[in-house]
Design a protein around this ligand. Structure first.
Ligand code: FAD
Length: 425
């Protein structure tokens, strides 16, 4: 049997392997079982530089997506080979027998483990087939195969409808402007990024989109994705009766933790994910879960949660391996953090990069002009809970992260008087 088996070949898996090698654990002790055909890579790129036209993005050069490792040795296929680490590509785990310590796989063979790390991430939520969710030209985006299909579609696309106003929808719509595609965003909420943005923050970003020609249909759901020939999408019909012509539809309506193969295993589940403790141990000995799929104690706010962001994928992987190898035994103490970047293609006069740290609860105080710099502070009962910063310097992003972590007492009135973001932080 294998000493350390990692199921899933995404961000968390890649960083778990890195952590093992940093502790001198490599070679045949480690085996990755990966459903995708490429080594772990930085997934966030798929809706950013990866979607720009080829001539506008070095990120689209071959090999870009095939590894994780920003600013570090890139973990290419050769890197895994050099380290003697086995990566089983194109193999999905289909079941787990915890008493026999065995995984069953799509290739028909089974894999025995001593220690198992589950890093299967999440899968894109789909629109029902009955309303056209599986028609040709309807694209979901979770992995590099999806992104390749979307890039192919964008090359011919004349009219794009993006369903969903979250960050995936925003990033795809922003990339489509680099292709000069007629783009409409559709979502049921009153504004974009509804889970984080206030109406006032949303308005600033929506204006950027409108300036680039992107249209919005807000407060509506999709009644049906229509096809003239019964195969390929031709339009999208909305709940208010509007019909939008479309040759391509991108659906970004959230993700679901990829727990399917483990549901019958006896592993305890929580909030749709696999329950773990502060060391990423599941309810069963010798099994850990990290990244998007894990429901973990969020120490700072004394509650449990699942986080679908890359920063957590990296940090949970590191923390899990460190504690598994007994390098440390402190519980994970994560500060929620999320970023997005849009309009970064060459020729774009306004690049957007925002970050959010902490918890978006309480009242919001906004500081600064949107251009060039802008911040928003969430304050609950006189305590700072969360900070949003647009276009900060690395030092400023570091400073707001520190503030969100410290949760200082803050007088909203005083903050309202701050003349600039620099002054406020
Ligand atoms: P994943 O990276 O999804 O990896 C899971 C891997 O497991 C996948 O390769 C999957 O194929 C494989 N797998 C699943 N089931 C099985 C199985 N049964 N057997 C074998 N393998 C299996 N986060 C941010 O913070 N900022 C961003 O800007 C941002 N942009 C994003 C853009 C896109 C398009 C997407 C999809 C996500 C983005 N995220 C972003 C979220 C971030 O990428 C994820 O939180 C992160 O990748 C999670 O890492 P993970 O390893 O848990 O899951």
């Amino acid at each position: 049997s294998k000493e350390y088996v990692i199921v899933g070949g995404g961000n968390a898996a890649g960083y778990a392997v890195r952590a093992f090698t940093e502790h001198g654990v490599e070679g045949s002790k480690i085996c990755i079982v990966a459903k995708e055909k490429v080594p772990p890579y930085e997934r966030p790129a798929l809706t950013k530089a990866y979607l720009f036209p080829l001539d506008k993005s070095p990120a689209r050069l071959p090999g870009f997506h095939t590894c994780v490792g920003i600013g570090k040795p890139r973990q290419t296929d050769e890197w895994y080979k050099e380290k003697g680490i086995e990566v089983l590509y194109d193999v999905a785990v289909t079941g787990l027998d915890v008493s026999a310590k065995t995984l069953s796989t799509s290739s028909g063979s089974s894999i025995q483990y001593n220690n198992l790390i589950i890093a299967t991430g999440a899968t894109a939520a789909r629109l029902p087939k009955a309303i056209g969710g599986a028609l040709q030209g309807v694209q979901y985006i979770r992995d590099v195969a999806d992104a390749d299909a979307l890039v192919e579609a964008l090359q011919k696309c004349k009219k794009l409808v993006v369903i969903g106003g979250g960050y995936i929808g925003m990033e795809v719509a922003a990339a489509a402007t680099a292709w000069s595609i007629d783009t409409t965003m559709v979502f049921p909420e009153p504004h974009i990024m509804p889970r984080l943005f206030t109406p006032s923050i949303a308005e600033k970003y929506e204006e950027l989109f409108r300036n680039k020609g992107v249209k919005f249909n807000k407060g509506v759901t999709v009644k049906e994705i229509v096809s003239k020939d019964g195969e390929k999408v031709s339009a999208v019909e909305l709940s208010d009766g509007t019909v939008l012509d479309a040759d391509t539809v991108v659906v970004g309506i959230g993700a679901k933790p990829a727990v399917g193969p483990f549901l019958e295993s006896g592993l305890r589940m929580a909030e749709g994910g696999i329950e773990v403790d502060g060391l990423f141990r599941t309810s069963t000995p010798n099994i850990w879960a990290i990244g998007d799929v894990a429901t973990f104690p969020l120490k700072i706010y004394n509650r449990t949660t699942r986080v679908e962001h890359v920063d957590h994928a990296r940090k949970s992987a590191q923390h899990c391996v460190d504690s598994l190898l007994q390098v440390q035994q402190d519980p994970y103490d994560y500060l929620p953090y999320f970023y997005s970047r849009i309009f970064e293609h060459p020729g774009s006069e306004r690049k957007v990069w925002w970050q959010f740290y902490g918890d978006n609860v309480g009242d919001v105080v906004e500081v600064g002009d949107f251009s060039p710099k802008y911040a928003a502070f969430w304050i609950q009962s006189g305590t700072l809970k969360g900070v949003f910063l647009e276009s900060g310097s690395p030092e400023e992003f570091g400073a707001v992260a520190k503030l969100a972590r410290q949760q200082p007492k803050l007088d909203a009135k005083k903050l309202q008087g701050a003349s600039s973001v620099e002054h406020a932080i």
